[in-house]
Design a protein around this ligand. Structure first.
Ligand code: PMM
Length: 265
């Protein structure tokens, strides 16, 4: 899953694909570099980010989704807003990626249920402005699994077909770097919930911390090799997809794992 952030303020690529034509060209380039689907978002969820007005969010994403879908790209829309989700589906999006997993907008799960499309349920506790004040867990893996199961139960209760649910541990959302590593180390436990698992580690801060030198975080655009390493581990753990900013190294990593499996690994 390649990422197109049509935002001025996303942590790794804010402002780069903000213009409609540039965003469309970037979506097509992601496919050319190995993405099977493209996730289009118009609201930054970086820690501390302020909410975007839904009208502005729609102005950013709808023309991009329309054109990518017209060109045959499988598009998911990254939104917490039910109206944006509805309009994105009308514009041709085929997957709903809600980082709040149905928690931010009470109408979202009904929209997903009515549309009958795949719905990404990410573990989520609070909006970006406050999320790093909600990193208390007794046992991060057990607690995230419990809370995610509750989000899934609520989604199913709202009418979403369980066959359409995809789960995501929500790396970096109300999680410290150390907690992200614990979750990644237990991807199998997420699998055990019984749904496809999406892993979205690409270029996130915990990779910058891991690779820091001389007291400075490794810059976002130099976290690609570590991102690909996580894609390899995710493929080995049978992830459904990895959500990445640069698909080529991750797509290659997934092919290596698939070929190793074919050879009996
Ligand atoms: N992370 C970001 C945005 N969307 N969607 C899912 N399902 N899971 C994530 O972890 C996730 C997401 C933040 O990263 P970005 O600013 O680079 O898009």
């Amino acid at each position: 899953m390649g990422v197109v952030n049509v935002t001025p303020d996303s942590f790794s690529d804010g402002g780069r694909w903000f213009d409609t034509d540039t965003a469309i060209a970037h979506g097509l380039a992601l496919v050319a570099r190995g993405a099977d689907l493209v996730d289009v978002g118009g609201e930054s969820t970086r820690p501390g980010a302020v909410r975007v007005d839904p009208e502005e969010e729609q102005r950013r994403v709808l023309p991009v989704i329309t054109e990518l879908a017209r060109r045959g790209v499988v598009v998911s829309v990254d939104t917490m807003n039910a109206e944006t989700a509805e309009r994105a589906l009308d514009a041709g999006a085929r997957i709903l990626n809600d980082v709040s997993g149905g928690r931010a907008d009470p109408r979202m799960t009904a929209v997903a249920a009515d549309a009958g499309v795949p719905f990404v349920v990410m573990h989520w506790r609070a909006h970006s402005a406050q999320m790093q004040q909600h990193t208390e867990y007794d046992d991060v893996v057990a607690d995230v699994l419990d809370e995610l199961q509750q989000q899934i139960d609520d989604a199913v209760a709202a009418g979403i077909d369980p066959a359409n649910i995809i789960t995501d541990p929500g790396l970096g959302f109300s999680k410290t770097g150390a907690q992200n590593w614990e979750l990644l180390a237990q991807l199998d436990a997420f699998h055990a919930l019984g749904f496809p698992v999406l892993v979205a580690a690409s270029r996130k801060r915990f990779l910058g911390e891991l690779l820091a030198a001389h007291g400075s975080l490794r810059p976002t655009d130099e976290r690609e090799d570590a991102t690909a390493a996580i894609s390899t581990l995710s493929a080995l753990a049978d992830a459904w997809a990895v959500r990445v900013h640069e698909p080529r190294p991750s797509a290659d990593a997934v092919r290596v794992v698939a070929r190793m499996r074919e050879a009996g690994a």
